[in-house]
Design a protein. Structure first.
Length: 372
């Protein structure tokens, strides 16, 4: 039997330059060095190190399976070492921020970093896209994932290809309760929408093909504030999507991002802003610590090796001019929504604000209320 390949996409904010703006080149350099060593020692097959704003991303391929302590420890030690040897000595901002726990405990999930991982049987040709976003939360993937896998007006394959017509099953996690439900589209599309429209609570974690039950997409679902019970950094999410053949085409997977939908996480994790699709070089937030950004990097897998362009570089898919209009629209929406300042709906609702630093302000006023 063919050996299965595991794709692990693990990210953490462990400090950055100019506030929460961008990862330092030396952090990327050291992470590459450490993963190159693991590759030479044949612990992993391949890797790619990148950043989306202030988040350092590690894409690792191996034959170790999901939740492998060995791979998770490698990622954890990489983040730790980069923090100790680069972030702290350079006094980068929020050094080690997402490393919430001191010592590694077997699985990096729940320790701060975001994880999206899938074990697959590599197809004769295996194109896939990784997405990473800065200044937003895992629920930001709900709308584009719905469009990719359940909306026939986005994904022509759902109409034209009989294998896609069987639909897809969505695993939706209630991140507050820590439980999930599987819903199959198109049969249960309305129930699915009933949940995933509430992006702060119901988050799509995985998508499976109804044609052959294979995993097609996986997302990070960590909510740091829920781990710690208070506002601690951000849950800027990542996602892996397999494409083509019996799955949506790369173009169908990218198309939803031409509509810059509003996501939570803009400045202080407390505001809505449009999700701006950008190239790797523009993945760095500025205005009002945003607007929230998303990158899409395309690869081919070749018996676990990551094939991109020019050596190690992936296809930087949102660099294309086809997304210029989405960017322009997103900037217009940014201006409009920021016109509201601190007023809802530009600011998150009270339930979501519980996980920001606002409760400390409310606490200050708690004895000043007078019965009417
Ligand atoms: C960070 C983020 C930023 C910060 C803001 C305040 O990912 O979203 O908007 O929340 O810059 O940061 P502190 O509290 O570190 O000064
Ligand atoms: Mg940061
Ligand atoms: Mg970030």
């Amino acid at each position: 039997m063919k050996e299965k390949i595991t794709i692990s996409l693990i990210k953490a904010d462990i400090g950055s330059v100019a506030g929460h703006h961008v990862v330092h080149p030396k952090q990327l350099e050291l992470a590459r060095e450490l993963l190159e060593k693991a590759k030479k020692e044949e612990k992993i097959i391949d890797y790619y190190v990148f950043n989306c704003g202030d988040d350092l991303g590690l894409l690792i391929t191996s034959t170790k399976g999901e939740n492998s302590p060995e791979i998770h420890e490698l990622a954890w030690n990489t983040f730790k070492e980069v923090t100790e040897r680069v972030s702290k000595p350079l006094k980068l901002y929020a050094s080690g921020q997402d490393l919430l726990i001191e010592t590694f405990s077997g699985n990096i999930k729940g320790m701060g970093p975001g994880v999206a991982e899938m074990e697959i049987e590599e197809r004769p040709s295996e194109p896939f896209v990784i997405f990473a976003a800065d200044k937003t939360e895992p629920g930001a993937w709900n709308l584009p994932l719905f469009r990719m896998f359940a909306d026939p007006m986005n994904t022509a394959g759902l109409v034209i290809n009989p294998n896609l017509q069987k639909g897809f099953t969505f695993r939706v996690v209630n991140v507050i309760k820590g439980e999930y439900v599987d819903l199959s589209a198109p049969r249960e599309m309305y129930e699915l929408l009933a949940l995933i429209g509430t992006t702060g609570r119901y988050v799509i974690e995985k998508v499976f093909s109804n044609f052959d039950n294979s995993i097609v997409a996986v997302c990070s679902t960590t909510r740091l504030s829920l781990i710690k019970g208070r506002y601690v950094g951000k849950d800027d999410p990542v996602m892996i999507v397999r494409c083509q053949m019996n799955f949506p085409a790369v173009g169908e997977v990218l198309a939803p991002f031409a509509f810059p939908h509003l996501v939570a996480g803009f400045c202080r994790g407390s505001h809505y802003g449009p999700l701006l699709p950008v190239s790797l070089k523009d993945a760095r937030c500025t205005f009002f610590d945003g607007p929230p950004r998303v990158i899409a990097l395309g690869f081919q897998l070749c018996t676990g090796k990551l094939i991109g362009l020019n050596g190690k570089e992936p296809a930087d898919l949102f660099a294309d001019v086809a997304f210029d209009e989405a960017r322009e629209k997103a900037l217009e929406i940014t201006e409009y929504i920021r016109g509201h300042g601190e007023f809802m709906p530009a600011r998150l609702g009270p339930e979501e604000m519980e996980y920001t630093s606002l409760p400390e302000v409310l606490e200050k006023l708690k004895d000043r209320w007078v019965k009417e």
